[in-house]
Design a protein around this ligand. Structure first.
Ligand code: MG
Length: 280
């Protein structure tokens, strides 16, 4: 299905994906490269006074650690405008009053959640055997022991949450696979329970974005490179789906997407965003 050349209405604010949309990182997530035109697009929105934020499905680092790296490659992203699934998870977890959340993730994940006032524990802590929720995020050092204790908690009735259940993300070296998706698969297979996603394409993420931007969901332009993470989320929520071709999905791949995962607008270069959405 080909994307039409214009959206049904002008977005009043934007959510940008990171990997494949604003940046490409290497597989070890060590170094970043800004995608050409990304800086200009963000600066132009700032000049026009149009609100925007970035929401990545990457949960490895807190925004306060990741945003400076984006600024180092020239992207004008303040700490306060960068969000991760941990930001969304913290909101969901605090609302539900879980006493203790077993985190399968790096130290960066635990730090990010603790800073957002989430009561965390990790495998090995005494508290882990009493956790009433399990949260799976970026966890390259996951062991069978970690999966074991997570399964035991979920089988015992603990909530099962995850940052991301998307299998791939775009890197400089091509597509890389999402560790949380693989870990979720193991836990789901054993327990028969599917995880509740806090990152994209969940409605938790979509509503978090609209609320942060201070606009209605239907007025949010969701800009991304992934048919599921961004386009499906935008379509399902009634937001405005805008796709780029700089990440994991080529123009031909976009044209082959089913309606529920296809963009309302396809732009080849992120620098064209403002003119393509008819904001100038
Ligand atoms: Mg992406």
């Amino acid at each position: 299905m080909s994307a039409p050349a214009t959206l049904p209405r002008r977005p009043k604010g934007f959510m940008f994906d990171l990997d494949g949309t604003l940046i490409l990182s290497n597989r070890a997530l060590g170094s970043y490269q800004a995608i050409p035109g990304a800086r200009e697009a963000l600066e132009e929105l700032d000049r026009l006074g149009i609100p925007w934020l970035a929401l990545t499905n990457g949960s490895a680092y807190a925004a306060a650690r990741q945003a400076p790296k984006l600024r180092d490659v020239g992207l004008p992203v303040p700490d306060a405008r960068l969000f991760t699934p941990n930001s969304v998870a913290a909101k969901v977890i605090r609302k539900r009053d879980y006493r203790s959340v077993l985190v399968l993730g790096t130290q960066g994940v635990t730090h990010a959640l603790s800073e957002l006032d989430v009561p965390c524990c990790v495998p090995g802590d005494a508290e882990a055997s009493r956790a009433d929720a399990v949260y799976v995020a970026w966890h390259p050092d996951c062991t069978m022991e970690h999966i074991h204790i997570a399964c035991a908690r979920v089988l015992d009735g603990a909530a099962f949450l995850t940052a991301s259940d998307v299998p791939f993300f775009a890197t400089k070296e091509g597509r890389s696979f999402g560790y949380s998706c693989a870990i979720n698969g193991a836990i789901a297979r054993v327990t028969g329970r599917e995880p509740e996603v806090t990152g994209k394409p969940s409605m938790h993420a979509m509503h978090f974005v609209a609320s942060r931007l201070g606009i209605a969901v239907s007025d949010v332009g969701v800009v991304g490179d992934d048919p599921v993470a961004e386009m499906q989320m935008a379509r399902e929520a009634g937001a405005l789906a805008i796709a780029v071709t700089t990440g994991s999905t080529s123009k031909a791949d976009w044209d082959a997407q089913p309606a529920e995962r296809s963009p309302g607008l396809l732009i080849e270069a992120i620098g064209d965003l403002v003119s393509a959405t008819q904001l100038r």
